[in-house]
Design a protein around this ligand. Structure first.
Ligand code: PSU
Ligand code: MN
Length: 308
């Protein structure tokens, strides 16, 4: 095992016995939602993964150690400290680890740690992408490069329109990342089920996703796959309301000169405030929906995994 990594005994046993494991990220806990909903959600997410017959592995950096599988106390700690915990993407890992600090892992760094631990499926809410205006700011999330190089299936609810969805899809195409729509031909836009942009292909079962990933790995094609899972109809938001909140949040971010790694957490928090918490409720529900699918894909992969 990697000398910087600690895998919880429960996750270790599941991996050793070829039982399904689902990785979960911690930036969504510390930076993506307010306390206490963040902790409640993270604990419920673990419960849902278990109900689906898989083992949850929430990933973070604690005291400079890469961790796969946290205790409820550790999840509470990350949620309570919130934005005081460093948001750690690929480039931040060396300094946080060498200084023995704590870090909340993004999609990119969660993928890295999952891959080190031998976990192939990771479920979350939304990924980072190409930001609107990236043609001048060059603000492109490291999540996209990670999908290009690290072999983990990422289940999300598409991307928020704080991003430029068209450019995000172009980037993923250039980098050779398959973008699958679960039960849909259209890229879901996180709070809403449609975006007007097409995914590469529609898939209708966890089994199909598992066999595509096995084929990808069997051909030694580097990188992961993105599974986009639309928010359940009953929790989806009115497009006009969410678009207005996003535009307002983007304008405030520009006014206040928010940039770099602060951009995404700032926008998420403002959108939740502007919609009076409605967007937070939807956000929580789509995460639940994604982790259940993640557990089903992980289970399928346990039957398909002879190619690795
Ligand atoms: N999008 C969301 N919720 C989140 C994030 C993105 O809807 O919590 C977080 C994820 O951890 C993602 C990160 O990896 O923000 C992307 O940040 P950046 O754009 O700085 O790469
Ligand atoms: Mn960025």
């Amino acid at each position: 095992m990697n000398e910087y990594l600690d895998i919880s005994p429960e996750v270790q046993a599941a991996l050793a016995e070829n039982r399904p494991v689902v990785a979960l990220e911690s930036t969504i806990i510390s930076h993506g939602m307010p306390y206490p909903q963040n902790v409640e959600t993270a604990l419920q997410v673990e419960q849902i993964v278990r109900e689906q017959g898989a083992v949850p592995a929430t990933i973070a950096i604690i005291g400079g150690r890469l961790r796969a599988g946290l205790t409820p106390e550790e999840i509470d700690y990350l949620g309570k400290r919130g934005r005081a915990v460093a948001k750690v993407s690929r480039r931040d890992m060396p300094l946080i680890v060498s200084r023995g600090q704590d870090g909340a892992t993004t999609v990119a760094s969660t993928m890295i740690i999952a891959a080190l631990a031998g976990i192939k499926v990771f479920a979350t809410g939304g990924i980072g992408g190409v930001h609107r205006g990236a043609e001048t700011t060059m603000d492109i999330s490291a999540d996209l490069e990670e999908l290009a190089q690290t072999p983990v299936i990422v289940v999300c609810a598409g991307a928020k329109s704080i991003l430029d969805l068209g450019l995000t899809l172009e980037y993923l195409e250039t980098k050779g990342v398959p973008v699958l729509g679960y039960g849909t031909d259209e890229l879901p836009a996180f709070y809403t089920r449609t975006s007007g942009f097409s995914v590469d292909t529609r898939v209708d079962s966890p089994q199909e996703i598992a066999s595509m990933f096995a084929a990808k790995q069997g051909m030694q094609l580097a990188g992961g796959m993105l599974v986009t899972n639309p928010i359940p109809e009953e929790f989806s938001m009115d497009k006009a309301i969410i678009d207005k909140a996003i535009d307002e949040a983007l304008a405030e971010a520009a006014e206040q000169g928010i940039h770099g790694k602060e951009t995404t957490p700032f926008l998420l928090a403002r959108i939740a405030e502007i919609t009076g918490g409605d967007s937070l409720g939807s956000n929580i529900q789509l995460v639940f929906n994604n982790v259940a699918l993640g557990a089903q894909i992980a289970s399928e992969l346990c039957h398909t995994s002879s190619a690795s």
